[in-house]
Design a protein around this ligand. Sequence first.
Ligand code: IPE
Ligand code: IPE
Ligand code: MG
Length: 248
Amino acid sequence: MISQDQLDQTKIPQHIAIIMDGNGRWAKLHGKARVYGHHKGVESVRSVVEACTELGVKYLTLYAFSTENWKRPEQEVIALMELLVRTIRKETPELNTKNVRIRTIGDGHSLPKTCIDELNEAKQLTEKNTGLNLILALSYSGRWEIANAAKEIAKQVQEKKLNVDAIDEKLFEQYLNTKDIPDPELLIRTSGEYRISNYLLWQSAYSEFYFTKTLWPDFDKQELINAIYDYQNRERRFGKISEQLEVK
Ligand code: IPE
Ligand code: IPE
Ligand code: MG
């Protein structure tokens, strides 16, 4: 078992992104309805947020609801939205005392009004906090985000506020939901699925991927430490060769 002391404090990723998957299977395994798994998943969120605060991670982005998740049975979608509202309401005061800043990415307008209101309140309350940035990806998908950015840029060009030649990667990033947020160094997916499911497509260009068979409701601080340890023992070459990295 890897202990926290074995982590290199100078190499803690500043941004960790997680695809929290496996709630439904966890519930099934325990003979319960899918929604029970989602409730249990909130406990994992709590312990991971706490661990990230402790370890000094600056940004934690959690995939909580994808654009594609709207296609789930209506009852499940409603239950997830209700859980979101209740969780935000219940957890925000504590998160606020821990100096956590709550943020969101995704198509916010598509959420029910109760969610929008609750989220706005939580975001406003924690706006000035300087600790962990807890970013919830809600009604989010990478393709939606990229297409949306392209549309915004096209509008600017059409209105002659932007020259086509000024469009490069740096400018494009300014139109993404994650503007001002560094790319995740580490992207974790639970539940043994090996796919990206439309998550942070642009931002994960050079992320290190960590897949674990653990179902999200069983994921905890120890699992996070394991993932960070694994990450710290990789060589990130960014297209270069090993020898160049030593010279720098
Ligand atoms: C992830 O767990 C939570 C959401 C997508 C909201 P799932 O609900 O996808 O669980 P599985 O994959 O069916 O086990
Ligand atoms: C991805 O999980 C989305 C979230 C974790 C919110 P899914 O369970 O929806 O992914 P797929 O559809 O199986 O790839
Ligand atoms: Mg799933």
